[in-house]
Design a protein around this ligand. Sequence first.
Ligand code: FAD
Length: 383
Amino acid sequence: MIDYFGVESLLKEGERIFRDRIRKFVDEECMPGIADHFDRGTFPTEIIPRMAELGLFGLHVDGYGCNKMSHTVYGLVCQELGRCDSGLRAMVSVQNSLVMHPIYTFGSEEQKKRWLPKMARGEAIGCFGLSEPDFGSNPFGMMTRAEKQKDGYLLNGTKMWITNGSIAQIAVVWAKLGDDIRGFLVEAGTPGFESSLIQRKFSYRTSPTSLLVFKDCFVPEGNLLAGAKGLKSVLSCLNYARYGVACGALGASIACYQVAEAFARQRRVFEKLIASYQLIQEQLVRMVVEITKAQLLTYHLGRLLDQNRAIHTQISMVKLNNVREAMKIARMARDILGARGILADHQVIRHLCDLEAVSTLEGTENIHTLIIGQDLTGISAFY
Ligand code: FAD
């Protein structure tokens, strides 16, 4: 593994042991079949029980059958999974940050007892419905409405680009109740709720990205996430998810570098190894410089989150940086591989395609730039 600045030495022994267990799982159980899944556009559902067994669901949750770990460890898990495939990382980051975290933080005791143990065992998968066809970067303009009824709410609206939506047993759905944004738990099979897979994606191939449609869908009072109120609650979920995405992008960068370096050391062109050419070395060095910077930034963010000292603009910076640099690294790695670079078996093209989605989801580069710009200047340039 690349560790030019000894970041490994900053990890606690328990963190390293847990990370190594996940690394072994990724290398032995996820890597072998992932190119086929990418090719077919399917998620390897057989690894969901293994992910649960390894304690990958419920990393932010104390009790309820979950295996709470530090944010640093959650980041290392996302990095290892992202080294293999962004869809695998998305399965774990959505389940943890966007579904179990809001149920744990904003849910009633009954909701926690009902869903968290099942989700920790991988027997229930969740999804997070915020974005809509016309509202992505600005989710607060959402059109989905909740209307108060005698014992619950009627939901109407459409959510789009929802990771895991078509395989989820439970959806955390955000809707406007009057002028407020509120969160609701909607179970699969609820009358008036339909989910379908978005087809013909050339990115995030293994991840089931879905459309959720609510037509007069009745949600009982007990399914309101009563503790979640407004923008602040939504953003608290996004913070953890964005950190997970940033860690996954770092994993993808590492994978691309490793493939490119190994190839450069054995590929002969003009009777010499391509690794011996200055132009190739320059690309490899650029990749390692950026990976090292991302490792230091990401590791430090993990520790700030662990100490409850991270601010959302720092998370924006790490998401922006890690994804932008991962895209450049994947592009350079593909170039070094020559024609082989377009084959799924060599990994790099999968990451290159997936990073296209990663750059959009959890906030585009423009949006994170605006968030940081507002923090620096005190002036909002969003509209
Ligand atoms: P738009 O908001 O329409 O933006 C289009 C372009 O305009 C972008 O380049 C953007 O940067 C730019 N732009 C927008 N506003 C400004 C501005 N003020 N200044 C300058 N430029 C601007 N959502 C969920 O709720 N749950 C999920 O599980 C989920 N999973 C996803 C999985 C995938 C594979 C993808 C691709 C998306 C997923 N999303 C999910 C949705 C994702 O969060 C949105 O796609 C994202 O927020 C961008 O929204 P948009 O696609 O509507 O783009």
